[in-house]
Design a protein around this ligand. Structure first.
Ligand SMILES: Nc1nc2c(c(=O)[nH]1)N[C@H]1C(S)=C(S)[C@@H](COP(=O)(O)O)O[C@H]1N2
Ligand SMILES: [Mo]
Length: 405
């Protein structure tokens, strides 16, 4: 902020007050510095790049099989509710295929009156919708089942991202093919080397299933399923089949690999829950969060993200005293259903050690649980669907770290 505009801003009075006292006046700017108004800037370019000063990146762990791995969104380096496409987390079971949209197609078959094959051009001429939804791997926050928890929000919650998806409601395609009365489920299949498959209910497919070709205003990124992917809003990431090539209508679920040996919840008695599709309401403070360092006492906005696979987030509360007291945070409007919801909370750090937490509620009345409450319901051996409250500690030196809980 330029010196003069800062003065005008503070002078406007809206935030002039105790909270701002710790803000420092900027150094006087020397006229004619490096890229001042007298030097010509870079010419126009055909496709944008971010500033070279910006370095946030997806986190990738070394893996012996980089094609069957994941990368995580740096949630603490994103603003608002949309994840930049270049930072959307990735989870691939067999690498990212390169698919020519001119030859790719989507087949709808099984319990239908007439099997249909749609090219990309066919799909693009049909009625379309754009909707903001998160995608979250059900393994997100898996490390939070252990008391230790992960040290940064990228590691603990980075297998979730949120985009505006554009495409054709799946209902239109299924009704065009003619749904036979016996059809109750679908099987979706991807065109990657593992031909990834998942079963889903026909009810969900008809309610809000989307065959998406657009992401944040442009075509899907290859990592997100170019040229088309299935979006089942609020359902575990794995059901959102990328590089979609086939949907079969069936009487029942198909019990494929990724819904039997994987993506089921093991209980302590050795039984397992299957088809746990909806992602439970979850929230996390992204700023400040683990690995950050707070630069001195005074005003610091607390901010974070909340989302629920069952609908809209209705409230987020923040505690700065380790859960003793809770205060309502402000939600960014509009709040979308099954989408990231940004919350913000004005905070003045007194320079003492403190413990920060957030907890959210969704429109079904469901409240995000503590780790103990989650374990009471689900036991200790589960690996997926961990949505416990996350706790960050602020040390007297301003360092922010994960706390065992
Ligand atoms: N065809 C196909 N679809 C897929 C996968 C895959 O490996 N192949 N991974 C699934 C999993 S486990 C998740 S969590 C989401 C991740 O979506 P993203 O990579 O766009 O974030 O895609 C799902 N769809
Ligand atoms: Mo996943």
């Amino acid at each position: 902020m330029k010196d003069s505009s800062r003065r005008a801003f503070l002078g406007a009075g809206a935030f002039a007050g105790a909270a701002w006292i710790s803000c420092q006046a900027p150094e006087a700017e020397s006229p004619g510095a490096d890229s001042g108004p007298s030097a010509l800037g870079a010419p126009v370019r055909r496709y944008g790049e971010r500033s070279p000063y910006e370095t946030s990146a997806r986190g990738v762990r070394d893996s012996q099989t980089p094609e069957a791995a994941s990368s995580r969104t740096p949630l603490d380096k994103t603003y608002g509710i949309i994840t930049p496409s270049a930072l959307h987390f990735e989870r691939h079971h067999a690498g990212v295929p390169e698919i020519d949209p001119a030859t790719h197609s989507l087949t709808i078959h099984g319990l239908v009156d007439r099997p249909l094959v749609f090219s990309l051009d066919d799909l693009r001429r049909l009625p379309s919708v754009s909707r903001v939804h998160f995608v979250e791997c059900s393994g997100n926050s898996g490390g939070e089942w252990s008391p230790a928890g992960a040290p940064t929000v990228q590691l603990s919650h980075g297998l979730a991202s949120c985009s505006e998806w554009t495409g054709v409601p799946l209902r239109i395609l299924l009704e065009e093919a003619g749904i036979k009365p016996e059809a109750k489920w679908i099987l979706a299949e991807g065109a990657d080397a593992c031909l990834m498959q998942r079963s889903a209910t026909l009810e969900k497919a008809l309610e809000d299933g989307l065959v998406a070709y657009g992401q944040n205003g442009e075509a899907l990124r290859p990592e997100q399923g170019y040229p088309i992917r299935l979006i089942l809003p609020g359902w575990e990431g794995n059901t959102n089949v990328k590089w979609l090539r086939r949907i079969k209508l069936t009487e029942g679920p198909q019990y494929v690999k990724d819904e039997t040996s994987k993506y089921t919840e093991l209980m302590e008695d050795g039984t397992a829950w299957i088809f746990t599709f909806e992602m439970d309401a979850k929230s996390v403070i992204t700023s400040p969060s683990g690995g950050h360092s707070i630069d001195g006492a005074g005003f610091h906005e607390i901010s974070g993200l909340a989302w629920s696979g069952r609908g809209k987030i209705t409230s987020v509360e923040v505690s700065t005293d380790g859960g003793e007291t809770w205060t309502e945070a402000t939600l960014q409007n509009p709040v979308y259903s099954r989408a990231f919801t940004r919350f913000r909370f004005p905070w003045r750090w007194n320079g003492k050690e403190c413990v920060l937490q957030s907890r959210c509620q969704d429109e079904t009345g469901y409240m995000q649980p503590s780790r103990e409450a989650l374990i009471a319901e689900r036991g200790r051996v589960s690996a997926y669907h961990c949505n416990r409250i996350k706790t960050w500690k602020v040390g007297i030196d301003g360092s922010v770290s994960n706390v065992e809980a």
